[in-house]
Ligand binder design. Sequence first.
Ligand code: HEC
Length: 104
Amino acid sequence: MRSAFLQLAAVGLLCSTASICNAQATAARGERLYADNCSTCHGEELQNNSTVAFDLRRLKADEHERFVTSVTNGKNTMPSWDGVLSDQDKEDLWAYIRANANDR
Ligand code: HEC
């Protein structure tokens, strides 16, 4: 939590270009979407504590397509989010996950 906060603060300091400001807004929105839709199974603030759901912090930067496909279609016991989350919602979730990934 603390480190995520510090990262957001650091991005805030760098917020001199529009693209960085947009990235910040997107990850912040993704954090709320995650808390509302994903945290029950994937853990509060991405701190996966179950042995069932995938630890989303393990997704690599080049696994965006895998992320979108799994979220859209669902996977095994994970429900499909098709028609629930918009494309923008998925991108915001991805930005949030990437900002907290093990491998940044
Ligand atoms: C009802 C519980 C549940 C909820 C809610 C849930 N997931 Fe999952 N998710 C799972 C489980 C269980 C797996 C492991 C699926 C497997 O590999 O068998 C998983 C796997 C995943 C994977 C990895 C799939 C892969 O490619 O291996 C992604 C990405 C993912 N979830 C994203 C999300 C996102 C984003 C949300 C919120 C919008 C979410 N999940 C909400 C249960 C859930």
